[in-house]
Design a protein. Structure first.
Length: 340
């Protein structure tokens, strides 16, 4: 009887194991990067020289990034998008889309076939199972793309706000630069100061030579004292008729120097802000990926389940164990009845 039970268990379990469909698993592994790495305000350091831009796009994986990606991968929007994209209602045979019962069954089947975990190497391991090995690989790779898209959308609005701030900063500095340039031009025209260092040397030399010649003429030497006196007056006084004169140069020196320094500062800041805005705009339009795929999903070469050998062997051993237990119980009851 014990042998018969074992043979029956072997036959039944073998038939059941052979009737079960093959299930294939496709695995993809990827690393999530910090969202801050893809933000425009992190791509460019506007305090650096434009000839040596400081980029901050790095592979930085933190615990919160892993948790966020896991939450996105297991979320309902991701499941619904994949179900619609691959027509899983028809594939699972659960009914027509839009029917509550069919949608629930499809979602339940989809989630039971999906596994997304954080492995021991701080990477995300996504596994999808299906009877069609090609479809399983396609769905696993599509899931990574959907997760990446939703992950980027979390900061898309803030990144656009950052870009707008860059644009406003660049435009404001551009207006300030133009106003300062016009103010500098007016100051130079008003005071006759066009080159501070060069004019200072020219005026000092001209005044010294003219005054020296005037003193010699007044002492009876060569030269016209009246003409030299007028020339000296023109070099030193603003009402002397000379565009370049000591009084105007002295009065305008501080104003022109301050305006020149401010113009130079605004020019440097404006160029830096404009460069930062242009690079941030390129970064935003290029959609920098927030995931680094280490291994793409490939069609499996052999099924992951069912484990037919395990099913058959386990069924036979379980049947034999139950049979032995029943035999022991029957023997025990038989002995008690004899004793009684």
């Amino acid at each position: 009887m014990l042998g018969l039970a074992g043979v029956l268990a072997l036959a039944v379990s073998t038939a059941v194991a052979l009737a079960l469909p093959d299930i294939y698993s496709s695995v993809t592994i990827f690393l999530p990067a910090s969202l801050q790495s893809a933000n425009p305000d992190r791509l460019v350091d506007v305090t650096e020289n434009l000839l040596k831009p400081s980029t901050k796009l790095e592979l930085v994986t933190q615990a919160e990034d892993l948790d966020r990606v896991l939450s996105i991968g297991q979320s309902l929007p991701v499941a619904e998008r994949i179900i619609r994209q691959f027509g899983l209602h028809q594939h699972y045979g659960t009914g027509q889309p839009g029917d509550d019962l069919a949608d629930t069954r499809t979602l339940k089947e989809f989630t039971s076939n999906l596994s997304i975990i954080h492995n021991e190497r701080d990477a995300i391991e996504l596994t999808f199972q299906d009877r069609d090995k090609l479809l399983a690989a396609r769905i696993a790779n599509a899931l990574v793309l959907v997760i990446d898209s939703l992950n980027q959308q979390l900061t898309l609005e803030s990144r656009r706000n950052v870009l707008e701030l860059y644009r406003q900063s660049s435009a404001s500095l551009g207006r300030s630069y133009e106003q300062s340039r016009q103010a500098l031009v007016r100051a130079r025209r008003r005071y006759g100061v066009f080159g501070i260092k060069e004019q200072g040397r020219y005026l000092a030399q001209a005044i010294i030579e003219t005054e020296k010649a005037l003193r010699m003429a007044e002492g009876g030497g060569p030269g016209n004292a009246a003409a030299l006196r007028r020339a000296l007056h023109g070099l030193t006084r603003a009402d002397g008729g000379n565009l370049i004169n000591l009084e105007g140069w002295t009065a305008g020196n501080d104003s022109v120097t301050l305006a020149s320094e401010r113009l130079t500062d605004l020019q440097t800041r404006f160029i830096a802000a404009r460069g930062a805005y242009e690079q941030a705009e390129i970064a935003l339009r290029s959609h920098v990926s927030s995931l680094y795929v280490v291994q793409k999903a490939q069609p499996a070469t052999y099924p992951s389940r069912p484990l037919r050998t395990l099913i058959v062997g386990g069924s036979v051993l379980l049947t034999l164990a139950v049979s032995v237990l029943l035999i022991l119980l029957l023997e025990l009851l038989g002995r008690r009845s004899v004793v009684g």
